[in-house]
Design a binder for this molecule. Structure first.
Ligand SMILES: C[S@@+](CC[C@H](N)C(=O)[O-])C[C@H]1O[C@@H](n2cnc3c(N)ncnc32)[C@H](O)[C@@H]1O
Length: 253
């Protein structure tokens, strides 16, 4: 598969990109300093990582964007034991590549993301493909408040859970457990070796997945995986940061 990029062109060439990276780092440092002063136990307080995502979309630095759906997802959806289309929830759907793919395969899709710009791009992508997944703006750690509904037979998370602050991960697991149908499959992707300079925590290990999903879920398999088209400084991010795929199954109540 070629290293085709899904990004909408942002222009400016290498020099423009360098300035956008500098702007992102400077902005992150400034907001980090402000939020550090306002830290506390209130779960509603603004989160540094959320502002970083907003800035990344604003500056067009979303390196994770892909033109093609995840190979592991395609294999699951179109492979030998392909499931019948049902309800799919794309957690942290970004610009909607996977949501649009699933909708095109007959799935009833809901994509959730907290960044309006990501959702605007996702809606544009869906319109171009002639499909209409439901895109909701909100926090994946507050699914009940968002009213996403329930009975999802497929849940997908590429790169969202692994940047959640540790104190929001339990709420995330509670939320997905509530909306997953018995027997549902959850495909969860994340970096095992987080970027050292990331302005937010980015990582998930098999041990953590096993612990957090111990109740009501079975970890069917966990394997290193790869995905084309995501690069950092010319190096494939999957190898750089050790991308893993976890496949979980929701157990009947
Ligand atoms: C690495 S990107 C991956 C996007 C998309 N899944 C893809 O593969 O192209 C992670 C996405 O998760 C979203 N995100 C992170 N934390 C979130 C949260 N708490 N609630 C909703 N969206 C979140 C970000 O805005 C971003 O679009």
């Amino acid at each position: 598969m070629g290293r085709e990029r899904g990004r909408v062109a942002t222009g400016g060439g290498k020099k423009g990109r360098r300035w956008r990276v500098i702007a992102l780092l400077a902005g992150s440092a400034a907001t980090g300093a402000v939020l550090w002063r306002r830290r506390g136990d209130d779960p509603e307080r603004p989160r540094w990582y959320a502002l970083v995502y907003q800035a990344v979309y604003l500056l067009g630095l979303r390196i994770w964007d892909r033109a093609r759906p995840l190979p592991d997802l395609v294999e699951f959806i179109e492979g030998e034991s392909a499931p019948a289309p049902g309800r799919a929830l794309d957690l942290g759907c970004g610009t909607g590549t996977d949501s649009v793919y699933l909708a095109g395969r007959g799935w009833e899709v809901t994509g959730v993301d907290m960044v309006p710009r990501a959702l605007a791009l996702a809606r544009r992508r869906a319109a171009a493909a002639g499909v209409s997944p439901r895109f909701l703006r909100g926090d994946v750690t507050r699914l009940r408040e968002l009213g996403v509904g329930e009975g999802y037979t497929l849940l997908l998370d590429f790169g969202c859970f692994h940047t959640l602050p540790p104190d929001r991960r339990e709420a995330y697991v509670r939320g997905v457990s509530e909306v997953a149908a018995p027997g549902a499959t959850f495909l969860l992707f994340g970096f095992a070796r987080p970027p050292r300079l990331a302005p937010m925590r980015a990582g998930v290990t098999g041990e953590e997945v096993r612990e957090r999903f111990a109740e009501g879920w079975e970890l069917v398999d966990a394997a290193p995986t790869s995905v084309d088209g995501i690069e950092l400084a010319g190096r494939p991010a999957d190898r750089l940061f050790d991308l893993w795929r976890f496949r979980l199954r929701r157990l009947p109540a």
